[in-house]
Design a protein around this ligand. Structure first.
Ligand code: AKG
Length: 291
């Protein structure tokens, strides 16, 4: 697999705020990652953990699941991200976005940085790796190339049950889908997108699951500006800035130390992630069930 981006690819990312498709692993390797995700689903049915498995898949999976800490350190992914952000890289969150076959779950138009408390930084990139086919039919992401040149625009919360986002947030002005491109990816390919990119995805009307792993990379220079403190896992280079509390990958799935760290981090991050919400933000509301 080509690792680092070419200078033309890096320039295209700077111009468009997104880049795809990028080959990071072959289909056989992507199938292995998918099988490991599905084995976890078999191992942890509802009721076996303090919160449903999808809670840990959707936010900060790298803290409690070795699998997610491992994919976030995938060398080909890091090489590509390094071409954009430079040699010192941390993972803020590793997340699985799963859409079951023939289901209405969507992601509304949004800019990632809106509620993360990191300001409008250019030093944050998301790598989204397809572990199953991401097509128009299965509800692939759509990007509006160049929209990262906007500042963070006004968003409103919808809390819609079919929205995979934490508060169903959406950009308050109309985004014309004619301006958007479908991010079609085969298993093992990834896209990169900027934290101010306008993006969304539609329902899965295919007969297969749509499984994507979104990894949020930041540099040591990015700062949490809303919550009192924030955490990230150093995955390449060094962090001499002290903006992040550096955390280590879990020793094993859901071990006691990892779970208490997970709960502490979710509580601390919720200050930024739930700021201004008029309803409970489900993914950040696990307090009562915490061990
Ligand atoms: O998986 C999706 O459909 C959307 C993911 C997304 O919004 C993101 O990775 O920022």
């Amino acid at each position: 697999m080509p690792a680092s981006l070419s200078s033309a690819q890096a320039a295209a990312y700077t111009r468009d705020g997104c880049l795809f498709p990028i080959d990071v692993m072959d289909r056989a390797e992507a199938a292995q990652w998918r099988a490991r995700v599905e084995a976890l689903e078999a191992d942890y049915p509802d009721g076996s953990l303090p919160q449903p498995l999808n809670q840990y898949f959707r936010i900060n999976g790298q803290l409690v699941l070795p699998l997610m800490a491992e994919i976030a350190r995938h060398p080909a992914v890091l090489d590509a991200v390094q071409s954009i952000l430079g040699p010192d890289l941390l993972v803020w969150s590793c997340e699985l976005f799963i859409k079951e076959p023939n289901t209405p779950k969507i992601v509304s138009w949004h800019q990632d940085l809106t509620y993360w408390g990191m300001g409008e930084t250019d030093e944050q990139v998301t790598a989204w790796i397809a572990l199953s086919p991401a097509t128009r039919q299965s509800g692939c992401i759509m990007f509006v190339a160049g929209s990262h040149n906007n500042r963070i625009v006004e968003h409103r919360d919808t809390f819609h049950a079919d929205n995979l986002l934490s508060r169903g947030q959406e950009i308050a002005v109309e985004v014309d889908e004619k301006d958007a491109s479908d991010v079609v990816l085969q298993p093992g390919q990834m896209s990169l997108h900027h934290g101010r990119m306008f993006h969304a995805s539609g329902p899965n009307v295919s007969d297969d699951r749509r499984i994507g792993c979104a990894i949020r990379y930041v540099t040591p220079g990015v700062k949490q500006l809303v919550a009192e403190r924030d955490y990230a896992m150093l995955v390449r280079g060094c962090d001499g800035n002290c903006n992040w509390i550096n955390v280590a990958p879990p020793a094993s799935a859901f071990d006691v130390d990892a779970m208490s760290l997970y709960n502490r981090i979710m509580q601390d991050q919720s200050v930024a992630l739930t700021a201004g919400a008029t309803q409970t933000v489900g993914l950040y509301a696990g307090g009562e069930q915490r061990i």
